[in-house]
Design a protein around this ligand. Structure first.
Ligand SMILES: NC(=O)c1ccc[n+]([C@@H]2O[C@H](COP(=O)([O-])OP(=O)(O)OC[C@H]3O[C@@H](n4cnc5c(N)ncnc54)[C@H](OP(=O)(O)O)[C@@H]3O)[C@@H](O)[C@H]2O)c1
Length: 250
């Protein structure tokens, strides 16, 4: 097991930090938002299904931590001006942004390469790559206002080694790894760090769509893999940049 996989964050490790989580209404993003809030962060919940975001919001309010914020946004349709407005609102409300977890992604349909239709390809590349580019670009000024800002992208095993039938999703995850490397290199001599997490097989709706017949009881849950997420958002990782970390060992 790698060190970050068994990382134990102090109870208040994220106190006074403002962290944006995309895809915060479900799966790994939901768990990450709740975990960050439990460790003291003010979380900004971004996603496309308002009811799911509201459910997370209510859960956090009942837990009695700092008040979260909600940004309903469909990254498939959002343009640069949406992200600029979003960044301006965050600066107005909080003055800075300490962390971003780029977690929302589309899986699409697993199919052979020659059966991928262009519309599906474009949707996946839009949500998984272009939206993250636009969002990160818009948020950089707010991030640079923070003392130890952390940008975390989400990859996949198929973002490191291509696999038959994983098509646009796999290509998008290679692009995500590349985007993180470019950014990490550009900001190497600054206080901004940029890293990637590969969650590994985790019991979520996306995993069920990819492997409908597997025994889910053998999978890790989102809660099982949170140590690496906490590590990359906490100040214990301020010297870590340009890394692609596995949240679990298989
Ligand atoms: N689970 C795994 O085994 C696994 C393995 C490797 C990598 N990953 C990666 O881990 C991340 C989280 O995956 P997950 O398994 O938790 O997936 P999930 O359960 O499907 O959750 C994905 C989240 O992204 C949101 N989202 C999707 N399209 C969006 C859009 N257009 N605009 C805004 N939000 C959007 C979804 O919103 P809705 O709730 O509204 O649908 C959902 O909240 C993804 O980047 C995925 O590629 C997962």
């Amino acid at each position: 097991m790698q060190k970050h996989q068994s990382y134990q964050a102090a109870a208040n490790a994220l106190q006074d930090k403002v962290i944006l989580v995309t895809g915060a209404g479900d799966g790994i993003g939901r768990e990450a938002a709740i975990t960050f809030a439990k460790h003291g962060a003010t979380v900004i919940l971004l996603g496309r299904t308002v009811a799911k975001l509201e459910a997370v919001y209510d859960e956090l309010e009942q837990a009695g931590g700092t008040q979260p914020a909600i940004i309903p946004l469909d990254m498939k349709g959002a343009t640069e001006s949406h992200y600029r407005d979003m960044a301006a609102t965050i600066v107005d409300q909080f003055g800075r942004l300490d962390g971003v977890l780029h977690n929302a992604s589309l899986l699409g349909v697993l199919s052979p390469f020659d059966k991928i239709d262009l519309a599906t390809w474009e949707d996946i590349l839009k949500v998984n790559v272009t939206a993250q580019f636009m969002m990160t670009k818009a948020l950089l000024p707010a991030l640079l206002e923070a003392a130890h800002p952390s940008v975390v992208f989400t990859s996949s095993g198929v973002g490191r080694q291509g696999r038959a039938n994983w098509g646009a999703y796999a290509v998008s995850k290679f692009a995500t790894e590349g985007m993180a490397q470019v950014l990490a290199d550009e900001y190497e001599n600054t206080h901004l760090r940029v890293n990637v997490i590969n969650p590994g097989a985790t019991n979520t709706a996306m995993r069920s769509r990819a492997y409908p017949a597997e025994d889910k009881s053998k999978l890790k849950t989102p809660a099982d893999i949170m140590n690496t997420y906490l590590y990359l958002m906490c100040d214990d990782s301020i010297a870590t940049t340009g890394e692609s970390l596995d949240a679990q060992t298989r």
